[in-house]
Design a protein around this ligand. Structure first.
Ligand code: M6R
Length: 619
């Protein structure tokens, strides 16, 4: 959590930092701040609250005035509070006592309490309750105030790092130096270079439009970034060489364009993303899983079981994946919430395949479970959106879902792209294990190819969904019901609604209702029932009738021309027909749009819902 950024160059530094922070805001947004080093001083502005508040502050009292075109160095931070409440004082950046160092931090310093006590005894004055502030004071103890060579500073830095426990990414500036400093240990950090300028940031999105090349920093690495060159060091202060990669993202891909919200843009991108995935994954009649997938047919034949682990929406995609692996590839599969899995014994064997699913590739719990699997020599495969993420580097195999940057906190396009790729993977496993014949495979693929068009058609429901949302948006509580492959869709529908509208919503397997949850249904309760024409259809109808009999306001998601649904529901969203396995891809669309419209009607901040961050990088 938290987004950090640093810039060195001659552009308008305040604008560069603010644009970068806007792109990083999805990582946390309860407070923010910037600091710039200029003419031997550090100028700083920070505040509790969102970036627009910082912009207002900077408009009414500019940080400093300077000549256009001068090379300046600055840092910025957007916070998701861990240690210390949300307040101006706890907002980053932080300064040392002499105000010669400014720091921004993402991560947690676990031993900050003991360090803080020691530093206070040594006379240091603290201004916040955060763990971060200890770092600048610790470093301050090790450097002479007015002059220090680059070499001695590096030594002081590596000594400081040795005292810090926890995971962190740091960005530092000081008027004592003409470079920007980045340090990575456990939290993501990238260093990018452009033409006579450069940036350091937690996420590649911040570098887009400025940097042409990017270095992915590894744990223990330090970088000194000057405007025209960058030096990398290991944690002992020894110089190391690193290779740069081309930064291929365009500004357009990280902007909202004509859409009011990123979430809406991302919902509407889904047909295009699945079309691109079809092009990438199928060549003639062959399935291609990409160059980071290295499992040999022999490995696949020997898999005894699959354990899928993930969090949130990715976990829901995993539940759908279980159906694919069990019913198509015939491999016993379990699905685990990553944060729970890491506190249980790993009773898996050498022929278990662990599949980690993550949009960001950085979710701390998923990463921890992946690492635990690796320690036990369990083969791993990560299904990811973000290339060069931690899981990309650490998993034995990776399949990318090719969804492009997902910026709205609520995951939408990544979810359908995950389901798509899980389906393709299950088909591939089934082929290798001879559980599917060519005819059946071709039928599945033929239907899969129709999905982008069917999603396009489903998106036309937008206006109807908005109208229906107007009827229900004041309801205090929603129930979502599904069965079989669409039980996870019910969970996902409830998660989407609650995370962006703050309304309590619960998803249940419809058959479980009578074992308790049905008692929550009253005449005020909207009950969203997923009732497509699949093997669970008749049972779902019975469950709908049970909910209706208790006064529930029934909203169904079903198939075109299903007159029965109209009779038993107050509102219906009709979907084109498809095979059972692929229904979750269509069902997701009205669920996403419904949550979106309800949240808009309630005046919620759709892209940045309260208390949340897009990447949850703390355990
Ligand atoms: O990046 P990941 O897929 O690992 O993230 C997992 C969850 O944090 C994420 O899906 C979260 O639940 C979303 N906000 C849901 O919309």
């Amino acid at each position: 959590m938290c987004g950090i950024v640093g810039y060195i160059g001659s552009r308008d530094i305040i604008s560069v930092l603010l644009v970068a922070l806007e792109r990083l805001e999805y990582r946390g947004y309860d407070s923010c701040g910037i600091a710039v080093s200029y003419q031997g001083r550090i100028f700083i502005k920070k505040t509790a609250g969102r970036l627009f508040k910082l912009k207002e502050i900077l408009n009414s009292s500019p940080l400093f005035s300077h000549e256009e075109g001068e090379t300046l160095i600055g840092i910025g931070h957007t916070r998701w509070a861990t240690h210390g409440k949300v307040s101006d004082e706890n907002a980053h950046p932080f300064l040392d006592c002499e105000k010669k160092l400014a720091i921004v931090h993402n991560g947690i310093i676990e031993n900050f309490q003991e360090l803080k006590e020691r530093l206070i005894n040594n006379g240091h004055k603290f201004e916040s309750e955060t763990d971060t502030e200890v770092i600048v004071h610790l470093l301050e103890e090790k450097i002479k105030k007015d002059h220090i060579s680059e070499k001695d500073f590096l030594k002081a830095l590596s000594e400081t790092l040795k005292e810090l426990k926890g995971s962190f990414a740091l960005c530092l500036i000081s008027p004592l130096f003409d470079f920007l400093i980045g340090i990575k240990k456990g939290s993501p950090l990238l260093c990018g270079i452009g033409k006579n300028e450069g940036m350091i940031a937690s996420d590649i999105l911040a570098l887009v439009g400025i940097c042409k090349k990017v270095y992915i920093m590894e744990d223990g690495e330090i970088c000194f970034l000057k405007k025209d060159k960058v030096n990398f060091y290991n944690e002992n202060g020894e110089k190391i060489e690193k290779d740069a990669q081309t930064l291929d993202l365009k500004v357009k891909e990280v902007s909202k364009g004509r859409y009011r919200h990123f979430m809406r843009k991302e919902i509407f991108e889904q047909p295009k993303i699945l079309t691109e995935n079809l092009e990438k994954r199928l060549y003639d009649k062959e399935i291609l899983l990409g160059e980071s997938f290295h499992l040999y047919p022999e490995d696949i034949k020997h898999i005894t079981n699959i354990v899928i682990q993930a969090c949130g929406t990715s976990y829901h995609a995993g539940l759908i994946g279980r159906d694919y692996f069990e019913r198509i590839s015939e491999i016993p599969t379990t699905v685990e919430i990553a944060s729970e899995l890491i506190s249980r014994p790993f009773l898996f064997n050498n022929n278990t395949l662990m599949i980690a699913i993550s949009q960001s590739g950085e979710t701390a719990d998923t990463l921890a479970a992946l690492r635990a699997a690796k320690e036990r020599k369990i083969k791993s495969l990560a299904i990811l959106n973000v290339k060069r993420s931690s899981m990309d580097r650490e998993a034995d195999n990776v399949i990318f879902i090719n969804a492009g940057p997902e910026i709205g906190v609520a995951s939408t396009k990544a979810y359908t792209a995950q389901i798509f790729n899980l389906f393709i993977l299950a088909l591939y496993f089934a082929l290798i294990r001879e559980k599917i014949n060519t005819e059946k495979l071709n039928n599945y693929l033929k239907e899969l190819k129709t999905i982008p068009e069917k999603i396009k058609k489903t998106l036309l429901l937008d206006k109807i969904i908005k109208r229906v949302a107007k009827k229900y948006y004041n309801s205090p509580h929603f129930v979502f019901l599904g069965r079989g492959i669409n039980y996870p869709s019910a969970l996902e529908g409830a998660l989407k609604l609650k995370e962006i509208s703050y309304i309590h919503a619960a998803g249940y397997p419809a058959g479980e209702m009578k074992h308790g949850p049905i008692s929550v249904i009253s005449e005020e309760t909207p009950v969203i029932c997923i009732c497509v024409k699949d093997s669970t259809y008749e049972k779902m109808i019975s469950n709908i009738m049970e909910a209706k009999a208790r006064g529930g306001r029934i909203i169904t998601i079903g198939n075109e021309n299903d007159k029965r649904l109209k009779e038993i529901s107050e509102d219906v969203f009709y979907l084109p027909a498809t095979i059972e396995f692929l229904t979750p891809l269509l069902v997701a669309i009205p669920l996403q749009l419904f949550a979106y419209h309800i949240a808009c009607l309630r005046g919620c901040d759709v892209d940045k819902p309260r208390h949340l961050a897009k990447s949850v990088t703390v355990l």
